[in-house]
Design a binder for this molecule. Sequence first.
Ligand code: DP6
Length: 340
Amino acid sequence: MQGNVSWQSPSNIALIKYWGKHGRQLPRNASISFTLSNCISTTEVEYDTGAGTFSVEFNFEGQRNDAFGSRIGKFLLSIVDKLPWIEQSAFKIASKNSFPHSSGIASSASAMSAMAMCLVDIDAQIQEMSYLDIPLASELSRLGSGSASRSVIPQLGVWGECHIEDASDDYAIPYADQVDPVFHTFHDDILIVSASEKSVSSSAGHQLMDQSVFAAARYALANDRLLALTSAMQTGDLDTFGSIVEDEALTLHGLMMCSEPSFALLEPNTLNLINAIRTYRSETNIPVYFTLDAGPNIHLLYPDSFSKQVSKWRDEVLIHFCENQRIITDQVGHGPKKLY
Ligand code: DP6
């Protein structure tokens, strides 16, 4: 079978973080994230499943990229147990991101989930299925990059076994229906403190958790926090939501700084922004909170009903702590979209 498919898929921002893994990309603790809407990857796959031998050609942002191509090739061959037709197929893949390459935004979640959606779509055509297997798409995304498992889920995804029925280490499940609708309206403005490449990759960070003296306590704490966070989200308790999300972001970076060897991804302006956010919140009572990814950039989280006040303050005050005054505005979104 020959054809073309194309999918867009978003990045996501974790509220309870995945940090530590084992086996075949399985999480040490459960995580939950907002699926975003503007930070997306668009991937097109031209395929010939009857080629007889496996080959991949990869274009990134309009240019042939053999380094990425060989990584994608390895990933594809690593999942032939899930999709056996891959082994005999020729692929021409083109991918691009809506956000600038060096914006400090992790692209693995959007890129791997867009790729996984294309593969599951091709598989559905081969099997003559009239629906897409979203748990399989999430599982394939996970095998590409753990956090990508959550990007195929609209609005709010949970990945990893926990108190939630049906939650799995293999794939993410939807959680948006269980929470107060205020959380469907959340904004995530990404305040770019630095767009430089990270000094330590997420993969290396996950590995350091294996030797961390805090490992057992961390994994237990993450699951306890997930329980407390989901209860707060069910009742629309914004104060509790914000305090757990901020503690969790600082814990992630605390773990990095306390690992062996230690590393720090926070920058002085990350802390300046955190202080500015806390001061503004205590002065105005506006529910605006921060979280962090594995990098120095602040993710500013707030409900849409406060967007007028928050965006004014953001553009007058916070922007001065951002590299080249750069801010990427985003919002909770609806997950992957098929283009053709
Ligand atoms: C801090 O999913 O990028 O963003 O599975 O090795 O590809 P790999 O790691 P990755 O780790 C993400 C870590 C995080 C937290 C999170 O998104 O849950």
